[in-house]
Design a binder for this molecule. Structure first.
Ligand code: G3I
Length: 469
């Protein structure tokens, strides 16, 4: 019989909300079946996940936030964000005692603007350390001080902003023993893990504190090692709340014991998170592999939903263009939900469908599923130039935009084929801009033979009137 620590017990008993996100409530949180009254027709991962009581997150690369399509996917599809690199030790304390929070703060701001949870990654890890920590030059006492100081400063700085912390990352070797190439393990011994959790708890008593690792999704030597450690930490009253299963998976090799493994950790009274999901394949990708990948993203999603303590799933990278996989496993990739052009893949549909959402139109279609900006950018006595920018709430493969031109005739166009019949103007995509991701935008322009001024007309996308942007 294990002593459930206060933190973990409270989380499970109360289904605690963190930043508005509840732990997956299991059967009670399931939405009704399609066709029933109130059947979920969510078109975004975020809406669908929320209805199931789980969060859906993405690892975000700050350097990509300037790309409108990237940031709009990151904000509209995901309810949680993890800094892919910006909160790691090398980024936040490059030299001893000198802290740089700029990257992490940027992500916290992004999350706040988009009503998202922030998942903190990571406080103590043997990798991505600055050389003053990794070079082994610090004595045990000094390294202990440095570790505790690092944890305290980060957890204090992000208190109230970060809902979860990966306090200790990748502490195990594949055989279930403690990782021997970790400077913390080598210098401080086994006790550094409990100490790191106690320090994090003192600095931010409200954040949920997780231990995170890879290749622990199935029941195997490594997950056994972690299970035994977590059980022992709980019995000592160490404040640990959650286990992160990174889930860097390989196509067609999803561990069959995934759910049973999650369940045994859940039975200890802990919350579980799938923290870094991706499913890589040998390149080139083809339709059959992408289809199977979609089924496997769906299956991992259903695995989380089947275990009520599973609080959420984070995908490691918004798109295949951003993924760490090709850089680490040459010849492999295509591991995320969106392709290199940020178009949703079957993996996206698989995850969305498993969450109870649908890619088709629902019974209550969102009247503002697009927005449009119609601007006369230039005007003279006998002519004008118009730019139309449309942002879509659905993914598109080909588009038709219509509106009534209040004055004159179209005499030329770019980025679209533009035709006119009376005042009715129809613009269809060019070959280079036919596909647009959910939340993405496209623009086209045309010239007319009238310089009259007028109120911008209503613009429709594929027959649906767009709200003015
Ligand atoms: O910041 C430097 C830049 O100054 C330099 O010019 C450039 C040259 O290569 O490197 C930049 O650092 C890179 C860093 O990402 C930031 O972009 C590193 O080379 C690169 O190795 C590093 O990769 C990250 C990797 O962790 C490092 O271990 C990946 O982006 C990140 O996705 C990956 O994430 C880890 C999780 O944190 C833990 N679990 C496994 C997962 C995948 O490896």
């Amino acid at each position: 019989m294990f002593l459930l620590v206060r933190r973990a017990a409270a989380v499970i008993a109360a289904g605690v909300m963190v930043s508005g996100f509840a732990v997956n409530g299991g059967a009670s949180a399931q939405t009704s079946a399609p066709g029933e009254a109130g059947a979920l027709q969510a078109a975004t991962l975020r809406e669908a996940a929320e209805a199931k009581g789980v969060f859906v997150g993405a690892a975000v690369n700050n350097g990509r936030l300037g790309d409108g399509t990237y940031s709009s996917i990151a904000s509209t599809q995901f309810s949680s964000v993890t800094a892919e690199n910006a909160m790691k030790w090398d980024a936040t304390e490059p030299s001893r005692g000198s802290f740089n929070y700029s990257g992490g703060d940027r992500l916290v701001e992004f999350a706040r603007a988009n009503d998202q949870q922030v998942y903190g990654h990571t406080l103590v890890w043997h990798s991505q350390l600055p050389s003053w920590v990794s070079n082994g030059g610090l004595s045990a006492g000094d390294l202990r001080n440095a570790m505790n100081n690092h944890i305290t400063n980060l957890a204090n700085h992000y208190e109230g902003s970060v809902a979860y912390w990966d306090v200790v990352n990748e502490a195990f070797d594949e055989d279930g023993s403690r990782r021997d190439n970790s400077v913390f393990q080598r210098t401080l011994g086994d006790g550094y893990i409990a100490e790191a959790f106690r320090t994090a708890d003192a600095a931010d008593p409200n954040a949920k504190l997780c231990i995170n690792d890879y290749n622990i999704e199935g029941i195997n030597a490594k997950s056994d090692g972690l299970y035994n450690l977590v059980r022992s930490l709980l019995s000592q009253g160490v404040p640990i709340d959650c286990v992160g299963f990174q889930s860097h998976l390989i196509l067609d090799q999803i561990p069959s014991s995934f759910q049973a493994n999650l369940q045994r950790f859940a039975d200890l009274g802990l919350e579980l998170i799938i923290t870094e999901l991706d499913i890589r394949m040998r390149l080139p990708a083809d339709a059959a592999k992408l289809e199977r990948q979609g089924q496997q993203f769906a299956s991992v999603t259903r695995t989380c939903l089947a275990v009520s303590a599973c609080a959420g799933i984070t995908v490691w990278g918004v798109s295949d263009r951003d993924s760490w996989v090709p850089g680490t496993f040459p010849g492999e990739g295509a591991a995320t939900l969106y392709d290199e052009n940020l178009r949703p893949k079957p993996a996206f549909n698989g995850m969305l469908t498993a969450l109870g959402g649908t890619t088709g139109p629902g019974p209550d279609p969102d009247p503002a599923s697009c927005t449009a900006n119609y601007t006369v950018t230039d005007r003279w006595n006998s002519g004008s130039v118009v730019r139309v920018t449309v942002t879509t709430g659905a993914s598109l493969s080909g588009w038709t935009v219509t509106f009534a031109l209040p004055a004159g005739s179209v005499t030329g166009s770019w980025n679209a084929q533009v035709g006119q019949s009376g005042t009715a103007v129809t613009a269809t995509n060019a070959s280079h801009n036919s596909t647009v991701a959910v939340g993405g935008s496209f623009s086209f322009g045309f010239q007319t033979n009238s310089g009259a001024t007028y109120t911008p007309p209503t613009v429709s996308l594929n027959g649906t009137a767009c709200a003015p942007a």
